[in-house]
Ligand binder design. Structure first.
Ligand SMILES: NC(=O)c1ccc[n+]([C@@H]2O[C@H](COP(=O)([O-])OP(=O)(O)OC[C@H]3O[C@@H](n4cnc5c(N)ncnc54)[C@H](OP(=O)(O)O)[C@@H]3O)[C@@H](O)[C@H]2O)c1
Length: 348
């Protein structure tokens, strides 16, 4: 490998830590972590040794950083809508933005305004500064829509479905968990998504059923509350959770209140899994079944392991002069891989 690709991590939470570990993988030895940018520089510097840590709010401190790609690891709800367009002015970027309905243009019911959506919000600053910004890289969004788009192109008339939380314990959804954690009175939370096996059976049979979100999954929540929150307070929290539009309202939802000790003992890991299924027939009515399944013991580590190699693709696209926002379908596998062209052809 010629010169190393210099990367910086912006935001040091679960995904940020996962990205740090993934950069250390031997397959990513062409990458060099030149610094971490955080809004909590002292805390992060205490955790990370030998890597310079910069204050995200002190632009002058990191403006001159020699980074080819900034891996943005902030949260999708509050951080990335601001941090994405901001950092795209200074660096090529990569993120795992997962607020699916807000990626394309959308209508904001609260304000009554038509919004450009995250893709456009990133495309404009990236183009204006000759940068390349890969958005929504991970498994979903990321690998799952990529597989769905391909299977829908191969088998016309067939629908592809995504199911999550296949194991008895379910899959811990970070976005849904964070939505509960933001509620007043909540100390900690964990939300497990469960797929309905009957719905998966219908899809596998080739029926191509019309399924609403609540027909495919249900949600199980564990919540610990702050001191002073009584039974009435808990009832209020449960009501608020169940009423949350998009996150909980469309689903059958169970809320269990537990102690913080129980939370720490049983819900501090972050497992997740899921499968894309497409079934139907080809030509003369011959059956087709396509499945793409993932199982993660640590969702953030797995997501970050998918993100980090895309820094290579972002860097290469930018070197070619391919500026603006990109999604996983615009970045080709040969630019993601660290293998040479010759090695890749041999594997094909
Ligand atoms: N596409 C996919 O497949 C996929 C899969 C999983 C997750 N995701 C996305 O990844 C996003 C990030 O997830 P995450 O689990 O890394 O979120 P997180 O741990 O909450 O971290 C988000 C940000 O919060 C700050 N932070 C972290 N710990 C903190 C603390 N103790 N106190 C105050 N601030 C803290 C960090 O920024 P500072 O360092 O600047 O403070 C960090 O960048 C999620 O919102 C989700 O949208 C995508």
């Amino acid at each position: 490998m010629d010169e190393k690709i210099n990367v910086t991590i912006v935001g040091y939470g679960n995904i940020g830590r996962g990205a740090h570990l993934a950069i250390g993988n031997p397959d990513n030895s062409d990458m060099n972590l030149v610094g971490i940018i955080s809004r909590r520089p002292e805390i992060v510097a205490n955790e990370v040794r030998n890597i310079p840590v910069f204050d995200a709010n002190d632009e002058a401190s990191w403006r001159g950083l020699d980074a080819d790609v900034a891996i943005l690891c902030g949260g999708s709800a509050e951080d990335l809508p601001k941090q994405g367009p901001y950092f795209a002015q200074f660096f090529n970027t990569l993120d795992s933005y997962d607020d699916h309905p807000h990626i394309p243009p959308y209508h904001d019911k609260k304000t009554g305004k038509d919004m450009p959506g995250y893709f456009k919000d990133m495309d404009i600053p990236a183009r204006e500064s000759n940068h390349t910004s890969a958005i929504s890289i991970g498994w979903d969004p990321g690998l799952f829509p990529l597989i769905k788009i391909l299977s829908d192109s191969f088998f016309s008339g067939m629908k592809s479905y995504g199911f999550y939380g296949l194991e008895p314990r379910g899959g811990l959804s970070m976005g849904h968990t964070n939505a509960i954690k933001r509620l007043k009175g909540v100390m900690d939370a964990a939300q497990y998504t469960h797929a309905y096996p009957e719905a998966m059976k219908r899809v596998r049979s080739g029926e191509n059923p019309d399924l609403k979100p609540g027909d495919m999954h249900w949600r199980e929540c564990f919540v610990s509350v702050e001191e002073g929150v009584d039974k009435e307070g808990m009832k209020g929290i449960e009501k608020k959770i169940k009423k949350m539009p998009r996150y909980y309202k469309p689903y059958y939802t169970e809320v269990n209140f537990i102690s913080q000790e129980e939370m720490d003992a049983n819900h501090s890991d972050m497992p997740h899994d899921g499968v894309v299924i497409a079934a139907g027939t080809t030509g003369d009515g011959h059956k087709v079944l396509m499945e793409f399944k993932v199982q993660w013991e640590s969702n953030p580590e797995a997501t970050a392991s998918i993100m980090v190699p895309y820094a290579r693709a972002v860097y290469r696209a930018n070197q070619r002069g391919d500026y603006g926002a990109k999604t996983i379908i615009n970045l080709l596998p040969d630019s993601v891989s660290s293998s040479s062209k010759e090695e890749l052809i041999e594997r094909i």
